[in-house]
Design a protein around this ligand. Structure first.
Ligand SMILES: Cc1cc2nc3c(=O)[nH]c(=O)nc-3n(C[C@H](O)[C@H](O)[C@H](O)COP(=O)(O)O)c2cc1C
Length: 463
């Protein structure tokens, strides 16, 4: 006998939408739609369901507790503030989210608003409502959108959709975002990237697609210094904030343990919270957590120690550092990072993951092959601790020479794996290394590559 699944659809949908949904649902899904947002009806609907589908309607703890068969809550649309996540977590029920598909309508409203302003629609509307047809006045006052410079501040999903839809109006399109889009997208949408100041001074129409000034998720830091001019200003952390956030780190460590992770790495690099305490470029505090290096690492160390206390001593912990800020004569450098690494080691760190930079937009990295490895070398050999080298390491020979020369104990590669997820297996085949852990399903591919490479090498040798 086949299993039938009862789906409680908590939102009230029109009959034709219900029919269309039923038409595409799998045969063994029984869809039950709410007819009202009445609490009792909603609870009753969910009570003997296997899945809950919710949009606007809340999924409170009482619903989770009163629905013993439920195995998943699916929320459509952004945001899960109406779902009692704690109750779901307790009951071991996963919560799934499908982001809303509203960028099209928002973009169209944006363009309609621009047209309404240019075509004096508000005034015309008022005139008509007052019984006057403002043809003459409107003709002289109405402007056209073509040829105007439309500046988009924020180039996320909605900004891009506006760009796509407004192209037909023959406007000159520019944008600014803290992250520049790739050149192909710019070309495809016929849009130019300009600086924030140029956007403000050159746009006839400025269309904002950035988060609100108010009501945002607040960000915290050692000092109220934003990353760059249009970024949010962090709240300078009080001691109470430090305690609360330290407790969050500890809770995350406990969850990692529960989830069965083997290692935890505390991120003290790349401008994240603890990194911004360590570098004097973002820490301007005058209390016990700012000023000297000892003071600046006090809070990161405190967090580390609290995590170490709940993380089993037989499981390793790593700390990621930005060994330099890449600003000449300012900020962190290799020598100071040796002291930071020594302090973390003293506190029980088993590995220092040595990265660099990304702590300030003023950074001018000296980029090249294995460019961060000298810092790993310096920390490993000055402190006598295990390190991991990262950064533009992309050949098996790089990895082996770093390890053989004692410049690191581990080497991690990121970007080479983006296009070649089996980079490590390929390297093993190239080096005729037979100890690699090849998944059984891939063994034939590994053997073939190793054989072909060996043969090619022999041919080369003979030639
Ligand atoms: C897609 C991608 C995402 C990354 N995300 C993070 C991150 O969240 N935190 C972090 O510390 N480093 C992150 N990195 C940086 C890598 O950890 C690594 O240090 C950096 O890419 C340099 O190594 P590579 O030259 O081998 O790519 C990311 C790198 C890539 C390519």
């Amino acid at each position: 006998m086949s299993n039938r699944w009862k789906i409680a659809c908590l939102d009230v949908w029109e009959q034709d939408v219900q029919d269309a949904t039923r038409a595409v649902a799998p045969d063994d899904f029984d869809l039950h739609f709410a007819t009202s947002y009445d609490d009792a009806e909603q609870l009753g609907l969910a009570a003997d369901s296997d899945f809950i589908l919710a949009g606007w309607s809340p999924v409170p703890a009482a619903m989770i507790e009163g629905s013993p068969k439920v195995r998943m809550v699916h929320k459509w649309g952004i945001g899960f503030d109406k779902i009692d996540l704690e109750a779901c977590r307790k009951a071991g029920i996963p919560v799934l989210i499908t982001a809303g598909a509203n960028k099209g309508p928002v973009a169209e409203h944006t363009i309609m608003l621009m047209l309404a302003v240019y075509r004096q629609l508000g005034r015309m509307d008022q005139g008509i409502r007052g019984g006057r047809w403002l043809k003459k006045e409107a003709r002289s006052a109405t402007r056209r959108l073509d040829g105007k410079t439309v500046g988009l501040l924020g180039f996320g999903n909605i900004g891009r959709m506006v760009a796509q839809k407004i192209r037909g109006f023959d406007v000159d399109l520019t944008y600014y975002d803290i992250q520049r889009a790739d050149r192909e997208t710019e070309k495809e949408l016929g849009i130019r990237f300009v600086s924030y100041d140029d956007l403000l001074s050159s746009s006839d129409v400025l269309s904002l697609h950035v988060p609100l000034d108010d009501g945002n998720w607040p960000i915290y830091g050692p000092s109220p210094i934003p990353w760059d001019s249009p970024n949010q200003v962090p709240i300078e952390m009080t001691r109470a904030d430090m305690d609360r956030i330290k407790a969050d780190f500890v809770a995350a460590t406990e969850r990692a343990l529960l989830a069965g992770f083997d290692m935890v790495e505390l991120h003290c690099a790349h401008g994240y919270l603890l990194s911004s305490f360590i570098t004097p470029l973002s820490n301007h505090r005058t209390d016990a957590y700012g000023g000297s290096l000892e003071n600046r690492i006090r809070y990161p160390l405190e967090v580390f120690e609290a995590m170490r206390a709940v993380w089993p001593s037989d499981k390793p912990m790593a700390v990621r550092l930005s060994a330099t800020d890449w600003v000449v004569g300012q900020g962190m450098d290799g020598d100071q990072s040796v002291r930071v690494a020594a302090a973390f080691r003293e506190a029980g760190a088993d590995l220092i993951d040595v990265s660099a930079g990304q702590t300030t937009p003023k950074a001018r990295p000296v980029y090249g092959r294995m460019f961060q490895t000298p810092f790993s070398d310096q920390i490993r050999n000055a402190v006598g601790c295990a390190t991991m080298a990262v950064g533009n390491i992309y050949e098996p020979d790089h990895v082996n020479s770093i390890l053989a020369a004692g410049r690191a104990d581990l080497v991690a590669l990121a970007r080479p794996h983006l296009l070649d997820p089996n980079w490590t297996l390929r390297a093993a085949a190239e080096l005729a290394y037979r100890g690699a852990d090849v998944p059984r399903q891939y063994a034939a591919g590994f053997d073939q590559l190793a054989r072909n490479l060996e043969r090619a090498q022999q041919m080369e040798f003979r030639a």
